[in-house]
Design a protein around this ligand. Structure first.
Ligand SMILES: Cc1cc2nc3c(=O)[nH]c(=O)nc-3n(C[C@H](O)[C@H](O)[C@H](O)COP(=O)(O)OP(=O)(O)OC[C@H]3O[C@@H](n4cnc5c(N)ncnc54)[C@H](O)[C@@H]3O)c2cc1C
Length: 382
């Protein structure tokens, strides 16, 4: 008895070809370097140029701004393929920042930054979180005060993905420190190359995802032109609220692809591993656990596809994206944890992909708004 293969309804022939080329690039260029990236806590700088040259960066940004001219389906294909290969690379952050610029930037800003981001010459980071402002962005203290035609930035950000490589940082700042709460927050773009007063800390030693550089960023009397303001001054919080569904769906896509990978890896493992004279798959418990995991991954896939289809026609609201981020990442962690158990002691050894997936997946429930904050967003809307 076999199951009918399922294909996401948003896939088509062109996306299948794109998927094939992305898969090939990742297998050739990224997979062999994973151990080194983990060791050094960041990818090699030249990988950004290589992926840019391969035409994989900014897949859903218009061609006239140096992007791939695709849709969110193309972005999803890239994120899924990275997850299927067990690779962590900050290209989704590049896309997220690309969309901030596309949505709020002037024509001059778009032409100044996006083509270089598409080529991988500019590596982007989005810097919201501060030591005293994570879930509660009202705590943002990094200030950007006007001095003629410049802003002077002071403060620090923490846990910033791509932080070590970034030379273009979209920073949430208080342009009006007298405004209370979420008012007075603006987004500014900082080109960091040789910028006086700017510094990135060493990449953090994380429990997982160490192929990605996650850093503190410091701004000490950093001077940037007022023309680097993104959109309307004081609108930063509403801009973030509008853009976060994109980020949360990309996390959902990684969650589903990782869960699918975990089920595939574990199914293979339990067919090979013997105990009590038979393969593990011959124990009813193993089959039941995998039946549960594969069913849950399938449910996740269908829900994700539903969200993607809505997103593609501009109808994925913030609450739906919050549901996707919350449920799909919880499900990812549940499934991977069961798969570790089915590997026995080997599931706890870093040389086994499932062990790394276990530590890598945990943060999915924390970043881009914790899952408790997702539940708050969903609950408030009820
Ligand atoms: C690997 C990694 C990469 C990251 N990348 C980035 C990045 O690129 N850019 C960026 O800006 N940030 C990034 N972050 C930061 C991330 O978004 C924050 O860590 C996250 O939003 C939580 O903030 P916090 O760590 O300050 O936790 P806190 O806000 O202190 O939360 C601690 C706990 O309290 C709970 N809590 C807080 N408020 C409430 C509430 N109202 N109701 C119920 N529970 C609540 C939380 O859910 C959590 O469980 C990254 C973090 C990590 C670990």
């Amino acid at each position: 008895m076999s199951t009918t293969p399922y294909e996401s309804p948003w896939m088509n022939e062109e996306l299948t070809l794109f998927r094939k080329s992305v898969r090939h690039f990742i297998a050739e260029e990224f997979v062999p370097r994973q151990a080194q990236w983990r060791e050094q806590h960041r990818p090699d700088p030249e990988t950004w140029l290589a992926i840019g040259k391969a035409g994989i960066l900014l897949p859903d940004i218009p061609q006239k701004y140096g992007g791939g001219d695709g849709t969110f389906a193309h972005e999803t294909v890239v994120n899924e393929e990275l997850a299927y290969a067990g690779v962590h690379f900050g290209s989704s952050i590049q896309s997220i920042v690309g969309h901030y610029i596309l949505s709020y930037g002037t024509e001059e800003q778009k032409l100044r930054w996006l083509p270089r981001m598409g080529r991988g010459e500019l590596v982007a980071a989005i810097a919201m979180t501060e030591p005293g402002a994570g879930s509660d962005l009202a705590g943002v203290k990094t200030s950007a005060l006007r001095d003629g035609y410049h802003f002077i930035l002071n403060g620090s950000k923490t846990f910033i993905t791509n932080g070590w490589h970034a030379n273009l940082v979209c920073v949430a700042v208080k342009t009006d420190p007298t405004a209370s709460g979420l008012k007075g927050i603006s987004l500014v773009v900082v080109e960091t190359q040789g910028l006086k007063g700017y510094r990135a800390g060493h990449p953090f030693d994380k429990v997982g995802m160490n192929q990605l550089d996650t850093c503190e960023l410091f701004f000490d009397d950093v001077r940037i032109p007022v023309s680097n303001l993104l959109g309307v001054e004081g609108n930063g919080f509403s801009q973030m609220v509008q853009q976060l569904p994109y980020e949360r769906l990309t996390i959902g896509a990684v969650a589903v692809a990782s869960a699918e990978r975990a089920v595939a890896i574990t199914t293979k493992y339990v067919k090979e591993r013997m105990a009590f004279g038979k393969a593990l798959i011959e124990f009813q418990n193993t089959r039941f656990k995998l039946a549960q995991c594969s069913t849950e991954a399938y449910i996740g896939r269908v829900f994700l596809d539903h969200c993607i289809q809505r997103f593609l026609v501009g109808q994925c609201d913030a609450v739906t994206a919050a549901r996707a981020k919350y449920w799909l990442t919880e499900s990812q962690c549940r499934i991977i944890d069961e798969c570790v158990q089915l590997h026995g002691g080997y599931g706890y050894m870093n040389e086994y992909p499932i062990a790394r997936m276990w530590t890598d997946s945990r943060v999915q429930r924390i970043y881009a708004g914790t899952n408790e904050i997702m539940k708050e967003l969903i609950g408030w809307a009820l």
